[in-house]
Unconditional design. Structure first.
Length: 280
């Protein structure tokens, strides 16, 4: 069934940050949608109300200075819109692409010049693969990413990552797991974060809370921050598919509870994305 997306809420109806946003704060996970770009034949959701202009107004409202555009499933491996956005916004915006196995090195180099810094691996689409097939795929993508200093980004069900834990524990290439592990528990996440190659995005808490309150995610988030604040990034997951009425400021303000100290919020909003996307 195709999800019906809802219109985007007005920028000024989003809650303002309840804490001082540090300079160079980064939203490490957002998407945009513009008319006129080809999408996959059977998208999972209807065309979202989420343009670049809307997003940039939101970042001004919230005090976000840097941002990372992640290729959504809606556009498949056609990264045309992503590249156009990187050109329009300039070096404060970075990109995460989805690619075909056959993409040329010249194309990847062109992506790098445009500001791409990671490859997104859609393991939802490969959830039926055997673990050894997934390992081979991950190794192949790491081989393409390594010469450019890129990392890998896992968009994946928690159950799939759990099956990959023995491999990932020994995997010596930087990688990021989306959306708070998508159902993984601390016993799986904490050893990965301690290993030195894994980062985790504090994004999409509503994906874990489902119909419950967002506060249900707080124990997991606080435990992650207490253990490894330097391995965490914050992402808005804007435009919150399929619910464009979500309050992005409310999501940002969860950091006040998850990471109560300015030092930890600086690690999450500035330092970790700076290392992964801006070479800092």
């Amino acid at each position: 069934m195709t999800l019906q997306t809802t219109p985007m809420r007005a920028t000024t109806s989003n809650t303002r940050p309840g804490f001082t946003m540090p300079p160079l704060s980064c939203d490490a996970h957002f998407h945009v949608f513009e008319p006129g770009y080809a999408h996959v034949p059977d998208p999972l959701y209807t065309f979202p109300d989420g343009t670049l202009d809307q997003y940039l107004r939101l970042t001004d409202w919230l005090g976000i200075e840097r941002m990372v555009l992640v290729q959504p499933t809606f556009y498949g491996t056609d990264n045309s819109l992503l590249l156009d956005v990187l050109r329009k916004v300039g070096p404060r915006c970075r990109g995460v692409v989805r690619i075909e196995d056959s993409v040329s090195d010249a194309e990847l180099d062109r992506f790098h010049e445009a500001g791409v810094r990671a490859i997104r691996l859609d393991l939802f689409a490969r959830a039926s693969w055997r673990t050894d097939e997934l390992v081979a795929y991950i190794r192949a993508m790491a081989k393409r990413a390594r010469p450019r200093g890129w990392h890998l980004q896992f968009y994946t069900p928690g159950a799939v990552v759990r099956n990959l834990l023995p491999f990932l524990a020994e995997f010596e290439h930087p990688f990021v797991i989306d959306h708070m592990g998508y159902g993984m528990d601390l016993d799986g996440l904490l050893p990965l974060l301690a290993g030195g190659y894994c980062h985790l995005k504090l994004s999409g808490p509503y994906r874990l809370a489902k119909d419950g309150p967002l506060s249900a995610v707080e124990p997991l988030a606080r435990a992650l921050v207490e253990a490894h604040p330097d391995r965490l990034l914050w992402g808005s997951d804007w435009p919150h598919l399929p619910d464009g009425q979500r309050d992005t400021g409310e999501l940002l303000n969860l950091l006040a509870d998850w990471a109560p100290t300015p030092e930890d919020r600086h690690r999450i909003l500035v330092e970790a994305p700076g290392r992964l996307f801006y070479g800092q």
